[in-house]
Write a protein that binds this ligand. Structure first.
Ligand SMILES: [Zn+2]
Length: 278
């Protein structure tokens, strides 16, 4: 019924009970999870995790995250290209620019962020893969680099944090907006305004687990110190409320949006796509 378009299911927070969490996610209707890369040294493990679980279907996405820019080397770009040649991943990500974190926005590192972002966009373009973008306080530069590359594969702007004008610009450039746990936070007014202003066809949902715990699961008890792909329906519900749709109406639309953004032709076991008319 649902696709988690952004989850870090490979990280050690899930090492002790990954199979159990996957079963919980399956039980609440999560049929696929995009598992998003961030550091080259973790890619082999990410691919191994994706191969180790059948349900939900785990979809590997490989890329070099801008927040780890100091650690990326040019040979990591060559490794990424090798994986793309082998069709080991469905998309390139998460890639982008971040000037929110003080340590990585100095001139030299910010230039390196832009160089690695451009190089990865070029690879995504060459291998016709969508891009999963991480963008914080750098939308204008991201627009400039997407245009400079004439990037037309689309993808998802994960954990979208911009305003309405920026949201519209991403839609124009072929990207969906990734909506996550923030939508369940009452104080996230700007995001609520963006969601209200944008057509539902521009949106997809994500957990970003183990980060971004949705409001209902925050500080509950010692077991709720991490986010989980099994909490995805809570984000779907927040989006359904905000768009005044039922979950049954929302599910096929989001399924189609996610498949379009990730270039997938996935069949849902639980969503009747024929039942909805776009
Ligand atoms: Zn992420």
């Amino acid at each position: 019924m649902w696709i988690d378009t952004h989850c870090h299911f490979d990280v050690s927070e899930f090492d002790l009970d990954r199979q159990q969490v996957a079963a919980q996610a399956s039980a609440v209707g999560v049929e696929a999870i995009a598992v998003i890369g961030y550091l080259a040294q973790h890619w082999p493990n990410l691919l191994a995790v994706c191969a180790s679980i059948d349900a939900p279907k785990l979809l590997p996405v490989l890329g070099l995250h801008p927040c780890y820019i100091a650690e990326h080397q040019s040979e990591h770009l060559q490794q990424l290209e090798q994986y793309l040649q082998q069709s080991a991943c469905i998309a390139v990500g998460e890639i982008g620019l971040d000037t929110y974190v003080a340590e990585i926005k100095g001139q030299a590192l910010y230039q390196k962020q832009q160089d690695f972002f451009s190089a990865q966009l070029q690879l995504a373009k060459h291998y016709q893969k969508p891009a999963i973008l991480h963008v914080r306080k750098a939308h204008a530069d991201v627009f400039r680099l997407l245009r400079a590359q004439k990037f037309s594969q689309g993808g998802i702007v994960h954990a979208f944090s911009g305003g309405i004008e920026e949201a519209k610009m991403y839609a124009k450039l072929g990207f969906k907006l990734g909506i996550g746990g923030s939508l369940t936070y009452p104080q996230a007014k700007r995001l609520h305004n963006v969601v209200a202003a944008m057509p539902i066809e521009s949106l997809v949902i994500e957990t970003d687990a183990p980060d971004m715990i949705p409001q209902p699961f925050r500080n509950l008890d010692a077991h709720h110190t991490r986010n989980s792909p099994a909490y995805l329906p809570c984000i779907a519900q927040a989006l359904a409320d905000s768009k005044q749709l039922s979950l049954a109406e929302l599910a096929p639309i989001l399924w189609q949006n996610s498949c379009q953004a990730l270039h997938l032709s996935l069949k849902s076991e639980r969503v009747n796509l024929a039942s909805h008319l776009l």
